[in-house]
Design a protein around this ligand. Structure first.
Ligand SMILES: Nc1ncnc2c1ncn2[C@@H]1O[C@H](COP(=O)(O)OP(=O)(O)OP(=O)(O)O)[C@@H](O)[C@H]1O
Length: 250
């Protein structure tokens, strides 16, 4: 990071967090509501996600895991602290810059999948590529490849309502990978799945990291996924603590 003599980032320089960190979170605070009913979801969270790793955040229900992912993904603004993603300080980025970062560099897998009900599986996977104005042929090839990767080539023409929960989850993962995101953010990507599908989805996340060069930040309770993460953090009482090394195996 270029620094001025005072040790702060040189004026006009894009803030960098070093070559390794894809995400750096410092002192992150998010409070919902006010007064005695205020919910202090995050009270000063610090987190570093190195490039090329699968990092998992665990913690009890309602502890603030989704809140953290939304803030890292630029979908919500914090009440305090700093989030730097891929060299961009989100608190200094305007809406346009945030939108571009989300479209070009980030893939999301939401807890409720977030698929568009009137679009087929293939069309849902193609949405991020349409937003990037990817040419038709390239889009079709990428969508076909991703649907095969998640084992849904045969279901390309079905709409979300005609797919099982596990199939919808896999469509959501294929869609999140469509733009070859530098950062894949996944909120409980294996929840509500049977053991076999959980394994398939975990394999996909590892493949995104190993083969597609992505960095992944996931929340999960799934012991198998935790086992295969490169690092595991625990969110408790609004703070992130206790890093454990996962096995990080394929
Ligand atoms: N928009 C909101 N308005 C008010 N309170 C909210 C809002 N979103 C979340 N909360 C509260 O903030 C806390 C953290 O919620 P969050 O969804 O981040 O938890 P979580 O760890 O992801 O939970 P789960 O594992 O059940 O998905 C909860 O107490 C929740 O009720």
């Amino acid at each position: 990071m270029p620094v001025s003599s005072a040790g702060t980032p040189a004026r006009g320089e894009r803030e960098r967090t070093g070559p390794e960190a894809m995400v750096t979170v410092r002192g992150l605070v998010r409070t919902y509501g006010g007064g005695p009913a205020a919910v202090h979801a995050l009270r000063g969270v610090d987190l570093e996600v190195p490039r090329g790793e699968l990092v998992a955040v665990r913690g009890p229900s309602g502890v603030g895991k989704t809140t953290l992912l939304n803030l890292v993904g630029g979908l919500d603004r914090p009440d305090g602290g700093q989030v730097v993603v891929d060299g961009t300080d989100l608190s200094r980025a305007g809406e346009k810059r945030l939108l571009r970062l989300r479209r070009e560099r980030i893939g999301f897998v939401f807890q409720n999948f977030g698929l568009v009900p009137v679009l087929t599986a293939a069309e849902n996977v193609g949405v991020p590529l349409r937003l990037l104005r990817t040419p038709w042929r390239e889009r079709e090839e990428r969508v076909g490849h991703l649907l095969s990767l998640v084992g849904l080539a045969e279901h390309a023409a079905q709409r979300p309502g005609e797919l099982s929960g596990g199939q919808q989850q896999r469509v959501a993962i294929a869609r999140a990978l469509a733009n070859r995101p530098a950062l894949l953010i996944a909120d409980e990507p294996t929840s509500q799945l049977d053991a076999e599908t959980r394994r398939v989805v975990t394999d996909l996340l590892r493949a995104a990291v190993e083969d597609e060069g992505a960095t992944a930040l996931v929340t999960t309770h799934d012991e198998d996924l935790l086992e295969r993460a490169d690092r595991v953090f625990e969110l408790r009482d609004g703070l992130l603590a206790g890093e454990a090394e996962g096995a990080g195996q394929r």
